[in-house]
Write a new protein. Structure first.
Length: 281
């Protein structure tokens, strides 16, 4: 699990650095005004006409600066948008159901004792698609009430961000323990009255870490329950080998086929994933 998080952090840092450089280049390029050349044809009488004249006619060239082509607000919008894209992996991991799912799948593989089977890529991919399945109603509401009205120009960017964060806050608060909220409210030195009056008064900077701690706690509880039947199999196999005098034979070598057989007969993947998804509703 630690290796997976390190890889995700490394990839996110590289992508974030690249996007930050692109943002800076875009910002400085927008500040440089684009010169526009205006050509005016001068005929022999002294009047002026269009540029489509004879080749021997003279032209007056004037250079003007197009300073209104790119405004500062649009440049800042691009910068903010690219910054959000660079933080997308962290948002996906820390503000959705991804953390609980991945930790539980890792516990399941460790309890089976199959080492690297299934591989990390399969576990991460499965956790990602399960996250999209669980978060689909939230993403639909964000798209309908925040993204589409913003693209249509009906609401401002600040209103779109507040509307989208409202749905994410609602999901996180539904999955967050009250004890974790109180802990981070005390750390942030925020009055407990905000928790008693309305959850809308709780700052987002308190909701996010409280949600992460609650997800880890629930994931470890589920992992403990998953470990119990497999530990019983290990104890039975170890005691049997000891009674037969086979002390040099590792118990895990004998217990692994029995654990895999038990997992298959109980439809382990379907049972664990089904109950894991239901825990979010």
């Amino acid at each position: 699990m630690l290796k997976i998080m390190k890889r995700l952090s490394y990839v996110g840092a590289r992508v974030g650095g690249l996007l930050f450089c692109v943002c800076l280049l875009t910002f400085f390029y927008a500040q440089i005004s684009t010169p526009v050349i205006h050509a005016t044809q001068v005929d022999e009488v002294g009047g002026s006409s269009s540029i489509d004249g004879a080749d021997g006619d003279a032209f007056n060239l004037s250079i003007s600066t197009n300073e209104d082509s790119t405004s500062l607000s649009s440049t800042l919008r691009i910068l903010i948008g690219l910054t959000v894209i660079s933080l997308a992996p962290s948002i996906l991991i820390m503000m959705t159901s991804f953390t609980r799912i991945l930790v539980v799948l890792h516990f399941t593989r460790s309890a089976l004792g199959t080492q690297t089977t299934p591989p990390n890529q399969i576990l991460i991919g499965l956790a990602l698609f399960l996250t999209l399945f669980i978060m689909a109603p939230v993403f639909d509401n964000i798209n309908h009430d925040a993204i589409q009205p913003f693209n249509a120009g009906k609401i401002t960017q600040e209103e779109a961000i507040d509307e989208g964060m409202g749905y994410l806050r609602e999901f996180m608060l539904k999955q967050t323990d009250r004890k974790s909220l109180k802990t981070f409210l005390e750390i942030a030195q925020v009055s407990q009255e905000k928790l008693d009056d309305s959850v809308d008064n709780i700052p987002t900077t308190v909701v996010i870490p409280a949600f992460i701690i609650s997800e880890l706690r629930k994931a470890f509880i589920i992992g403990f329950l998953i470990y119990l039947p497999f530990i019983i199999i290990d104890m039975v196999v170890a005691s049997t080998l000891m009674s037969m005098g086979m002390m040099m034979l590792p118990p895990t070598t004998i217990s692994m086929p029995f654990k895999i057989l038990l997992f298959i007969l109980a439809d382990g993947w379907g049972l664990i994933i089904g109950e894991l998804v239901k825990s979010f509703y």
